[in-house]
Design a protein around this ligand. Structure first.
Ligand SMILES: *[C@@H]1O[C@H](CO)[C@@H](O)[C@H](O)[C@H]1NC(C)=O
Ligand SMILES: *[C@@H]1O[C@H](CO)[C@@H](O)[C@H](O)[C@H]1NC(C)=O
Ligand SMILES: *[C@@H]1O[C@H](CO)[C@@H](O)[C@H](O)[C@H]1NC(C)=O
Ligand SMILES: *[C@@H]1O[C@H](CO)[C@@H](O)[C@H](O)[C@H]1NC(C)=O
Ligand SMILES: [Zn+2]
Length: 958
């Protein structure tokens, strides 16, 4: 089945045994074993949104911003490939290719299929986009890769399956991405950007091609990925850019005309090739002949490349040792594999990325925090939508509430994974476009979710969605005296979740699905923006992969009972001790203390494990460099974090506080300044302390850009080590001013120690581990021992000269003075050997939060009036074991679903949970009967038993 070539230009004999293999190799041009082979790879780098939106890029609209039109690129390349069968092209971003393919005639499609079958047009990477690696969560990356690769398989079959992962532009590389690519069946991986110190060392050591062992837990070679660092980012060598957007001289080869330059061109090319060969290991080197949105007029490139190959190879008659050829990354990779060498082994990652001493790309870990949060919420919403499409059956897509779909949301989420999307490095109008797509996707999903819940509950009552609960807005709960709340839990284990609803009454009765009354409280704890005066708080318990329903009825209107409200203001300036100090919060599992003088957090205890640490928390801001200083003219911007000083300014040494204590919830609210406040919150049966921060609008009237952090300073003895997750999955150890693979010259003491945090970070010593679970991707570090800081928000006045050409200065219609961002951190204090048992589920719960829907009035039977509504449902027969995470449950086609189960613990991380587990698929679902199952690779584009990857040998012989 993997016969992808009909061209027959073989220069060697082959035996019967080699037959299949050779037939595949045929689509690659023959190389010369005794010469230096230069693989010329024509390519275009098409951002799925950056300076223009994805659709503007596709059509070539708004060329005033940037001249770029992907439809013309594909038109032009296909024409040019037909003109000469030797020519090759690779295409990467399926989001664009799909748009183009949809509009092509049967004729063009036939032609393109032939080009793909013959290996003249090759797909590499093949995801919907080229995802960001620092700020994405693995579940969304797997989804977007699956969508792109599925389109390629459906359209082109096995010849459309990319064999090479290609991340030429992302700004640093995550180990979890390499692990995923390996499990998706890729034979190798190429990228363009890495730390400038790392690159220069690798050039000398000839270690720009290496073997990345990307998991501590998977048995090699399961997560081994051959990794190549491209010679010149992803650009052509200097002087050899023949795109219409470049100014390099064309090859002028008519000796009768003026300016004949073939000798000069060939001489320059040979010099570059020979220099490049010195820093790579084999007699094969690669040159990326293309760049951003190039090949719109592909004739320019190909005409000159044809000539270049002809004239360079013509010199072989005179003894030249260089052989140039049209190639692709997989043809190049195949030669490296054939070389049968051993390769340097790498086990850490490629963060942070610096392209110069003061140019650390660590700002984008936090840039556009609101978009990052919205993307994360959307991922949860999409998983709920996918699951309910399966559980509700076909009526979900076309039911009582009309036609809904999950496809729109899938596409919006896939586009949002692009390395200028969730990364926050796009222009403002493009960021708005990503958010708009997510909102549109969720609207389509809402119809599906309503249909599905109607089918599963037997009630066709209208469902209301309240997406602004974070600012206490939900018109239904504010005005209704009787409503019900459906809590859908997308996790495969039961959850207990604090429900907070804005209300106007002062006393409510809440009953669960069995009619039992539930402990609830009304408190004056609304979180601005809305009109409601109170919040109703209760703890909901939802079954695995299912829902439960609570009914709420108003008992009394009027002002809130005084007993739920105790104020303890602390003077900010004068150190007046407040008369009655409530400086301790205690609930079932945790005890939190506050310093009575400052109002700041001062200690945390876990009452179960009997641990106590000193813990101070406060907010600070780094003064963003404006670039005007002697060391470097680099300012802080959307990509780059460059504080003007390593010491951040404290926003306030004291916090004004107010306390709310009820039986289900205890809160201390802290005001640090008009633009920074926080609620420190303990919920009934939660083992984690919640810090809900609100930051903004960041003042800029002092003309200083600000990068706001919160810092936790603890008594934990950390000895310069701290830990961050990789794309929300495995944990990596970090050490201050240190890189595992080279001797670091640290030139940015703060920014050079920042790492991406996707879902959690921790510090620990022998006895205590403090874990912080985040609600979105953020940057963070440990600059002092015992301390952990997380960057929450940034507002900058200068562009950082990496192309986006706008300062990161976010405002919106609601926030014309500057964006206000709210989020939360969950803190958990544990004994190191059992900490993973606590933070793994906590992090999954933060990613896949329950979806709440509301119906007004009493629960009603459906239109036929026959069914009594089902108030509680679980799609599983029983909860999955703690080690197993249900990662994906989504409709694949009419009669099959895609299911991904994940062992979510690393090896050795948990005594209890790191062990292998067995799940009985037949006994998994409560309403679905499994008729058959076939195992696929991680991206679901290859059957597991057909998956066969190149084998590579590490230098150490491991
Ligand atoms: C690769 O090299 C090893 C030893 O270095 C050798 O045993 C093996 O036969 C070689 N494989 C091929 C295909 O040449
Ligand atoms: C809730 O009460 C506030 C203040 O009394 C009022 O402005 C608002 O309209 C009420 N909301 C609803 C939905 O009744
Ligand atoms: C930042 O945004 C504010 C509010 O829109 C505006 O007044 C200010 O000029 C902007 N500053 C820069 C440097 O863009
Ligand atoms: C790939 O697509 C073909 C149809 O082109 C289909 O028959 C096959 O099952 C697909 N492979 C996988 C792994 O889904
Ligand atoms: Zn890019």
């Amino acid at each position: 089945p993997w016969l992808c070539a009909f061209v027959s230009v073989v220069s060697r004999q082959f035996s019967q045994k080699e037959f299949l293999l050779i037939l595949f190799l045929l689509s690659c041009h023959a190389t010369k074993p005794n010469l230096l082979n230069v693989h010329l790879v024509p390519h275009t780098h098409d951002d799925v949104g950056w300076l223009k939106t994805v659709d503007q890029y596709y059509y070539g609209d708004r060329n005033d911003i940037q001249h770029a039109g992907v439809q013309y690129i594909l038109d032009s390349v296909v024409d040019q490939l037909l003109k000469n069968p030797d020519r090759r092209f690779i295409y990467v971003e399926t989001a664009f290719f799909y748009r183009w393919w949809k509009r092509q005639s049967a004729d063009v499609r036939r032609t393109v299929r032939r080009l793909v079958d013959e290996g003249r047009l090759e797909f590499v990477n093949g995801g919907w986009c080229m995802s960001d690696e620092a700020t994405t969560h693995y579940s969304a990356v797997i989804d977007q890769m699956t969508m792109g690769l599925r389109f390629l398989n459906d359209t082109f079959g096995p010849c459309g399956r990319p064999r090479v992962a290609w991340h030429i532009d992302p700004f640093g590389h995550a180990r979890e991405h390499a692990s995923m690519f390996a499990q998706m069946g890729y034979d190798g991986f190429f990228f363009g950007r890495l730390d400038y110190q790392d690159r220069s060392r690798r050039r000398i050591a000839r270690e720009q091609e290496l073997l990345w062992r990307a998991s501590d837990s998977l048995t090699p070679p399961m997560a081994d990925l051959f990794t190549g660092i491209l010679p010149n980012g992803y650009n052509p060598p200097e002087g050899f850019c023949w795109d219409q957007s470049c100014d390099d001289p064309p090859i002028r080869d008519d000796p009768d005309l003026e300016d004949y330059n073939v000798d000069d061109v060939v001489k320059r090319f040979l010099a570059i090739a020979n220099t490049q060969a010195k820093v790579y290991k084999t007699n094969h080197i690669i040159m990326t002949m293309g760049s951003d949105f190039q090949y719109e007029n592909a004739n320019l490139w190909y005409k000159n490349l044809d000539k270049l190959i002809r004239y360079v190879n013509g010199r072989q008659a005179n003894g030249s040792r260089v052989h140039a050829l049209y190639s692709t990354p997989s043809c190049y990779l195949q030669e490296l594999h054939r070389a049968n060498l051993t390769w340097a082994l790498k086990t850490d990652d490629f963060f942070p990325y610096a392209d110069d001493a003061h140019d650390l790309w660590t700002g984008y870990f936090t840039s556009r925090p609101a978009l990052k949060r919205y993307e994360r919420i959307s991922n949860g919403n999409l998983q709920t939508c996918n699951q309910l499409e399966v559980l509700g059956g076909p009526i979900s897509r076309n039911g009582p509430f009309g036609k809904g779909d999950s496809q729109t949301m899938k596409k919006a989420m896939a586009v949002a994974q692009h390395h200028d999307a969730v990364s926050g490095t796009e222009k403002q109008h493009v960021a708005d476009d990503y958010a708009r797509r997510l909102a549109g996707g969720w609207l389509r999903c809402q119809v599906l979710v309503s249909n599905s819940l109607a089918a599963l509950s037997g009630s066709t009552a209208e469902r209301i969605y309240c997406d602004k609960l974070n600012v206490s807005v939900c018109p239904l709960t504010e005005s209704s005296s009787k409503f019900s709340v459906n809590v859908y839990n997308p996790l495969a284990r039961p959850v207990s979740w604090p429900v907070r609803l804005p209300v106007n009454g002062t006393s409510y009765k809440v009953s669960d699905a069995e009619g039992r009354s539930v402990d609830c409280q009304v408190c004056v704890c609304v979180r601005n923006r809305g009109f409601a005066v109170n919040e109703l708080v209760f703890q909901a318990r939802a079954p695995p992969l299912g829902f439960t329903t609570y009914s709420v009825s108003l008992l009394r209107d009027g002002p809130p009972a005084a007993s739920t409200r105790r104020r303890t203001p602390t003077a900010i300036q004068n150190k007046v001790r407040p008369p009655l100090c409530l400086c301790v919060l205690v609930l079932q599992f945790l005890r939190v203390t506050f310093d009575p003088d400052t109002g700041l957090l001062s200690g945390l205890s876990n009452l179960e494990t009997k641990q106590t640490i000193k813990l101070t928390q406060n907010f600070y801001w780094y003064n963003a460099s404006d670039g005007n200083n002697s060391k470097s003219d680099q300012p802080s911007g959307a990509y780059i974090f460059r504080p003007n000083s390593s010491t951040p300014f404290v926003i306030s040494r004291t916090a004004k506080t107010e306390t709310v204590q009820t039986s289900v919830l205890q809160e201390v609210r802290q005001w640090f300044s008009p633009w920074v406040s926080q609620v420190v919150r303990l919920h009934g049966d939660s083992r984690a302390l919640e810090l809900e921060w609100t930051v903004g609008p960041l003042p800029i009237d002092d003309d200083l850009g600000k990068e706001v952090i919160t810092r936790l300073d603890s008594s934990i003895q950390t000895a310069e080590y701290f830990y961050t997750d990789s794309n929300g999955r495995e944990i990596l150890q970090r050490k201050k001013d240190f890189r595992p693979t080279w001797i670091l010259r640290q030139s940015e003491p703060v920014a050079g120690n920042y790492y991406p945090i996707n879902s959690r970070a921790f510090i620990k010593d022998e006895v205590d581990q403090l874990t912080v679970v985040t609600d979105r991707s953020q940057g963070g570090s440990s600059i002092q021992n015992g301390s952990l800081e997380i960057m929450l928000h940034r507002r900058l006045l200068y562009d950082d000269v990496r192309g986006v050409a706008e300062p990161l200065n976010e405002t919106s219609a609601l926030f014309p003075e500057g964006l206000v961002v709210r989020g939360r951190l969950l803190l958990s204090l544990d004994r190191p050997p059992t900490a993973a048992d606590a933070h793994r589920p906590l992090a999954q719960q933060a990613v896949l939060q329950p979806t709440l829907t509301f119906t007004d009035g009493e629960p009603r039977p459906n239109t036929r009036g026959r069914w009594s509504p089902c108030l509680q449902f679980s799609g599983l027969q029983a909860a999955l074991p703690p080690a197993v995470h249900l990662l994906t449950l989504t409709q694949w086609d009419e009669d099959s679903v895609l299911l991904r189960l994940e062992h979510q613990f690393q090896s050795r991380e948990s005594k209890e949970n790191s062990r292998p587990v067995t799940v009985n698929l037949q006994k998994l679902f409560s309403t679905l009967e499994i008729l058959g199952a076939s195992e696929l690779n991680l991206s679901a584009n290859q059957w597991k038993d057909e998956m066969k990857r190149f084998h590579w040998t590490p230098q150490t012989g491991m």
